[in-house]
Design a protein around this ligand. Structure first.
Ligand code: ASP
Ligand code: MG
Length: 413
């Protein structure tokens, strides 16, 4: 038995006509020997509407009840689609998360999947050809309904594909794949045929609009290749999969950027053991995501510490730093919100040098100053003034010839 998992997002099930297109795709794949597990999102706009309702009813909505409310969106879309399948003569039924024991932790609003009753699914396939499963939801050990965070249906689909060892996992959406960069910023952006899990995770700032990042972590952990493609065209999309030899030849896969950043500097902290932990432990406790940490060389037993945080966390960060400022001997705190992170990403840079220098030269030629630099095995990140964000993205995209197919790039370095 071939089990195919196909997930359709909110715009793909937005109304009866669009669901008709989904039905066509399902029918096409329902050949002898195939069984389909169709994961659906709520009809587009519905989850936002429900969030609004919850907030209208309560100034501090109970998270568990909020999850009960939000899961009704997927309950409706799965029921409606199962009706269309039945009317078309397909043996199909809808399933809510708890009916196939999609067990999660108790972190309401952003729960993590712990296990799935795959046997229950196999048993149902004895009776049905298409199972229409509600994405985004599960239940905790007390049978309370949970949701997996916004965009969580992607994670439902990947987790289900892993649990039942599906032959294919396709994520149908309203874009035709993952691009070399944000096409709204750079019109030369190209669709990637393939991208590795690690690159996709690094492209989070752009990729997250296409796939929930957690679904990529899940896919990586269980090695589920994911095909992201458009519901509205028959073209192939982007395959997100494990890295292989062919990917190494592509030096740079994409350029990501993130404007939601602030830079913070703590001046003249004592250069002695424990100071970094005095700064960053309170931030971690507050759930602040810290990135690009730089510690200066020491002068007279003191040093400066600079790092970036998400803009929304800036106030929390400053409050936490003010609380420890005297203990660590800091003289001054400075911050800057007019900054943007631009990253050059590619698994090919593991085996090549020169990507950093080429990136720096390209930005130099445009007169863009680098405020901070950090590197990892497959990524070079530069912090720049945010007014240059778009220019930097386009410049780097051109410098690495990302507008061309990988085989046509002359000499990347
Ligand atoms: N309906 C949920 C949301 O809008 C989950 C999903 O669509 O993936 O976030
Ligand atoms: Mg989505």
């Amino acid at each position: 038995m071939n089990i195919i998992v196909q997930k359709f997002g909110g715009t793909s099930v937005a109304n009866r006509k669009r669901m008709g297109r989904v039905l066509e795709i399902v029918q096409r794949n329902l050949q002898p020997g195939n069984k389909l597990l169709v994961v659906l999102s709520a009809m587009s706009g519905e989850t936002n509407r429900l969030v609004g309702l919850g907030n209208e009813w309560s100034s501090n909505p109970d998270p568990a009840e909020m999850d009960v409310l939000l899961t009704t969106g997927e309950q409706a879309s799965t029921a409606l689609f199962a009706m269309l399948c039945k009317d078309a003569g397909i043996k199909a039924r809808s399933l809510q998360g708890h009916q196939i024991c999609i067990r999660t932790n108790q972190d309401f609003g952003r729960a993590r999947i712990l296990s799935i009753d795959s046997q229950a699914i196999f048993d149902l396939f004895n009776e049905y050809d298409v199972l229409v499963v509600a994405g985004f939801q599960g239940c905790d050990c007390n049978s309370r309904v949970t949701t997996l965070g916004r965009g969580g249906s992607d994670t439902s689909a990947v987790a289900l594909a892993a649990a039942i060892k599906a032959t294919t996992c396709e994520i149908f959406t309203d874009v035709d794949g993952v691009y070399t960069t944000d096409p709204n910023v750079c019109s030369a952006a190209r669709k990637l045929n393939r991208v590795s899990y690690d690159e996709m995770l690094e492209m989070a700032s752009m990729g997250a609009k296409v796939l929930q990042i957690r679904s990529v972590e899940f896919a990586k952990k269980y090695n589920v290749p994911v095909h992201v493609r458009s519901t509205f065209s028959d073209e192939c999309g982007t395959i997100v999969s494990q890295e292989d030899k062919s990917m190494e030849y592509v030096l740079v896969s994409g350029i990501a950027y993130d404007k939601d950043q602030a830079r913070v500097t703590v001046f003249d902290v004592l250069d002695q053991p424990g100071v970094a932990s005095s700064i960053f432990t309170p931030l971690a406790q507050q759930g602040v995501l810290v990135d690009m940490i730089i510690q200066n060389t020491s002068r007279d037993g003191h040093t400066d510490m600079t790092f970036t945080v998400q803009r929304a966390d800036l106030q929390k960060t400053l409050d936490a730093l003010n609380a420890v400022k005297n203990d660590i001997g800091a003289k001054e705190l400075q911050y800057d919100t007019g900054v943007c992170k631009v990253s050059v990403i590619g698994v090919g840079m593991r085996n090549h040098s020169g990507v950093a220098s080429k990136s720096f030269e390209a930005l130099r030629d445009e007169g863009i100053n680098l405020l901070m630099i950090s590197t990892s095995e497959i990524k070079i990140t530069m912090l720049i003034e945010d007014k240059y964000a778009e220019l930097a993205v386009r410049t780097l995209h051109e410098a690495f010839e990302l507008d061309k197919a990988p085989a046509e790039r002359v000499c990347e370095l």
